[in-house]
Design a binder for this molecule. Structure first.
Ligand code: SAM
Length: 260
């Protein structure tokens, strides 16, 4: 049977016409959290919190969190190995956001850890207001950056709907707001199938599909932008997901000359 990806969904209600931002209502029935989590080391918090104040909460940001299933699963996945070595756990906090308010409502209603996991509606392409909202969350914990930001399966939707500049802006914004970034960028073949499906449905093309200059190896374009423009460096790849997408782990390097 042909592999199904988030741009090739068979369910009518889940087609990109009905979910033009990848805001599929049953996303986790066809892409269960385990598909990605199995690649992420459970000890990741040791890396992301290494050298930071042990009394501080560890702050995670989940970009485009959909109905929150992966956010909660990621929280549990990492929390299980969240210890300083002296058996004391550091508090883990996760902020998930999505532009789809219905999905956020579902995430809130099913949130098993409302004390520590927060979901908010937010469109990350509204650059200034997003920054304000995310910074005000950080300020509650006396921080200017998240320890870790997960941006999984979101880049293509921003890219297709808002264009090249918006993709780069997204990466720059996230890089400025986090110490570590976990990135799963959809490969170019997914763009083609998302656009093809839209055409088959007789709908207009994505606003920017034909005009995109950033194409081909999207993960490589993202890496170059993060390393050359955003003061991040690729630490390692956690491998490829079942949908053959790379899971890349970046960290902020020492501030470089010229970087804001
Ligand atoms: C394919 S789903 C991926 C969900 C989750 N990140 C994961 O990997 O399991 C893409 C999600 O990104 C959200 N999204 C797309 N564009 C967005 C934007 N500009 N701001 C916030 N969320 C966005 C969609 O609503 C959708 O829920």
């Amino acid at each position: 049977m042909a592999e199904v990806t988030d741009s090739e969904v068979t369910d009518e209600t889940n087609d990109p016409g009905a979910a033009p931002y990848g805001n599929f209502i049953h996303y986790y029935t066809f892409n269960p959290p385990e598909n990605r989590l199995s690649l992420i080391p459970t000890t990741l918090l040791h890396d992301v919190a290494y050298g930071t104040e042990s009394s501080e909460s560890i702050l995670l940001l989940d970009v485009g969190c959909n109905s929150g299933d992966l956010s909660v699963a990621l929280y549990k996945h990492l929390q299980g190995h969240n210890s300083r070595g002296d058996t004391t756990e550091r508090e883990l906090r996760l902020l998930g956001f999505d532009l789809d308010e219905d999905l956020i409502l579902r995430a809130e209603q099913t949130n098993p850890f409302p004390e520590n996991i927060t979901f908010i509606p937010l469109d990350i392409t509204h650059d200034a207001s997003s920054r304000t909202q995310l910074e005000s969350y950080l300020a509650r914990f006396g921080r200017s950056r998240f320890h870790l930001c997960a941006c999984l399966a979101v880049t293509m939707w921003v890219h297709l709907n808002h264009g090249d500049a918006a993709l780069l802006q997204l990466l720059s914004l996230l890089a400025s707001l986090c110490e570590h970034l976990l990135l799963e960028a959809q490969p170019w073949k997914c763009y083609r199938s998302a656009a093809r499906r839209l055409r088959k449905l007789g709908r207009n093309d994505f606003d920017h599909f034909r005009k995109l200059e950033i194409r081909g190896d999207i993960a490589e374009h993202a890496r170059k932008h993060l390393e050359r423009r955003c003061g991040m460096e690729l630490v390692r790849s956690f491998g490829n997901t079942t949908w053959d997408r790379k899971l890349l782990f970046f960290r902020r390097c020492e501030r470089k000359q010229g970087e804001l």
